[in-house]
Design a protein around this ligand. Structure first.
Ligand SMILES: *[C@@H]1O[C@H](CO)[C@@H](O)[C@H](O)[C@H]1NC(C)=O
Ligand SMILES: *[C@@H]1O[C@H](CO)[C@@H](O)[C@H](O)[C@H]1NC(C)=O
Ligand SMILES: *[C@@H]1O[C@H](CO)[C@@H](O)[C@H](O)[C@H]1NC(C)=O
Length: 535
């Protein structure tokens, strides 16, 4: 049987070659059109020093009466007004209430003595600091849409648990940021608020689904934010906009009040988590949002980097539907690996996970496993699925006649999702076996002291609409939702187009502490968040 096997292999190689040519052509055409016919517009770096301190530092300075909460909040309001026109990231401004809350903080501080302040900070570790969040977490009395047209005037009746905790910790919610329709695409575009743009190059994508959040952070319009991630929705926008983003261990941050709320295996995949410009804010935000559960993460315990085992992997290979890893991304990965090797005097080990190439099938299966959620075409009308459904084929026609309340990506996702169950019984069984085996393999490999460096995406931020022609690139992040492990995305400077580079650092469940430590070390080595600049 040697011949058929060799034939099969030759056929796969041919397919991979054709696919590589296809992706190369797509990239070239979009680059050509944009380079010659459209101008690069970017957000210039902030000069206000209040925009250049972390949330952790800001709390410290407020507590020492070195800065006021009002000054900080005003600086961010001013910055948002300055940058939003270019990036269209903000969908709801909560400025009046934020100003009022900042005044309350400053009034308290004016009269407080050392002891009062100490007590206040223990209760409220984010005291007086503004934060932002994606348009997919409920906030009482505010309009939160999840990009769904029919929700454009629906006010929420409650506040998501994670947001409640940040507010209880003294955080001031300043703005809500854009997402794609039902949060299921890698570009943040919908028919209510339009399209968000990348602060490093407004011709390009911000990522999704926390794309408005990523863009606002990358533009220094916010210091810390809240995103959520079922296939990369924290890490992709963090990567494309040059900031840190953490998808934490499952079960640590409650999902109550997420729009929509997940069921079945999706509860292992969807995570709410922090996005920020300064790595030291990751543990601060995680601790607050996790509440009592933070104990299970031992975030206070120091990490000895020399005792970590470091692995790296050059992305997903062998799948013709996923774009091959670009050279600058590979180089960035290698640089991060070399940096850690030198820093800790260790040797990193390259690994391969051949069965990872089936990730798109695992993802599709996992999204349907044991779920009782309404189908996607119902969510497109109403996020609890109670208002009928969209006929995606009719809608596709309406879309091309410029007459739809839905986005092209939403309609296509609706069509794909309508296959339920997605695979035959025997194929499902085979896929489940392979997925769970891969899960065990990664778990055994990493143990409690292993970390895996993995490219954030096959390439840096694409031009608008380009990802429709490379729709499966999100597999680079979705793989880790399928396997249900924590991941932090770290910025690694800019590429030759002035766009953020990055890497994902992956660990086993409950080792978030290791990931945060590595994020801080990589920040030292690669300067962390780097604002946009001329080429
Ligand atoms: C943000 O900017 C965009 C683009 O100029 C604008 O359409 C949108 O209304 C702005 N957002 C808010 C909340 O004002
Ligand atoms: C579903 O959401 C709509 C608003 O979009 C609301 O009017 C309705 O009461 C909700 N139904 C349930 C069962 O929660
Ligand atoms: C879009 O929504 C509006 C308001 O709900 C409705 O009047 C209109 O018929 C919808 N358009 C389409 C094409 O469904």
């Amino acid at each position: 049987m040697a011949v058929p096997y060799r034939l099969k292999k030759a056929f796969l190689n041919l397919l991979l070659t054709i696919s590589a040519c296809y992706f190369y052509t797509v990239r070239f055409v979009f680059w050509f059109v944009n380079y010659f016919f459209r101008e690069r517009v970017y957000v210039t770096p902030p000069t206000d020093r209040l925009l250049l301190i972390s949330a952790t530092q800001a709390v410290r300075m407020i507590s020492k009466k070195e800065i006021s909460s009002t000054a900080l909040v005003e600086s961010y309001i001013h910055r948002i007004e300055q940058v939003n026109n270019t990036i269209n990231a903000v969908v709801v401004k909560l400025f009046d209430r934020a100003r009022q809350q900042a005044t309350e903080v400053d009034t308290f501080m004016a009269l407080a003595d050392e002891e009062d302040i100490q007590k206040k900070l223990e209760e409220k570790p984010l005291y007086g600091v503004p934060f932002t969040m994606k348009d997919a977490l409920e906030v009482e009395n505010e309009i939160v849409t999840c990009g769904v047209f029919n929700r454009k005037s629906t006010k929420c009746e409650r506040t998501a648990e994670a947001i409640k905790r940040l507010q209880a910790a003294g955080g001031i919610l300043l703005a809500i940021t854009n997402v794609p329709e039902v949060c299921m695409w890698v570009e943040s575009v919908n028919t209510i608020y339009g399209r968000s743009k990348n602060p490093y190059d407004a011709r390009r994508m911000t990522g999704g689904s926390s794309g408005g959040e990523g863009a606002l952070l990358g533009a220094a319009g916010s210091v810390v934010g809240v995103g959520s991630d079922i296939g990369g929705s924290i890490r992709m926008p963090s990567f494309f906009n040059g900031v840190f983003g953490l998808k934490p261990t499952p079960g640590v941050i409650p999902l109550i009040g997420h729009v929509p709320e997940p069921t079945g295996y999706k509860t292992h995949m969807l995570r709410i988590g922090p996005m920020c410009r300064f790595a030291e804010d990751l543990p601060l935000m995680l601790r607050i949002m996790a509440g009592e559960n933070a104990k299970s993460l031992n975030l206070h315990e120091p990490v000895n980097g020399k005792k970590l085992r470091i692995f790296y992997m050059e992305g997903i290979t062998g799948s013709p539907i996923i774009q091959p890893l670009e050279e600058e991304m590979r180089y960035a990965l290698k640089k991060a690996v070399n940096f850690l090797e030198r820093k800790y005097d260790v040797v990193a080990q390259q690994i391969e996970l051949p069965s990872a190439k089936h990730v798109m099938e695992y993802f599709t299966l996992s999204m349907h496993e044991d779920t009782t959620d309404p189908a996607f075409n119902k969510l497109m009308l109403c996020t609890n699925g109670t208002k009928g459904e969209v006929n995606c084929y009719t809608e596709l026609f309406k879309y091309f006649t410029g007459n739809s309340n839905h986005t092209l990506s939403g309609i296509i996702a609706g069509i794909i999702d309508s296959r339920d169950p997605p695979f035959s019984e025997s194929h499902t069984k085979d896929l489940l076996y392979k997925r769970d085996r891969l899960k065990r393999q990664v778990k055994e490999l990493l143990g409690n002291d292993g970390i895996l460096l993995f490219p954030s995406w096959p390439c840096t931020a694409m031009f608008h609409n380009e990802p429709i022609l490379a729709p499966f690139n999100f597999c680079y992040t979705a793989l880790w939702n399928v396997l249900s492990v924590p991941v932090v995305q770290c910025p690694l400077g800019l590429d030759s187009h002035g766009l953020p580079l990055g890497v994902q650092v992956i660990g086993n469940q409950y080792t978030d502490r290791n990931l945060i430590a590595i994020a801080q070390v990589l920040e030292e080595g690669f300067n962390g968040w780097t604002p946009a600049g001329p080429l």
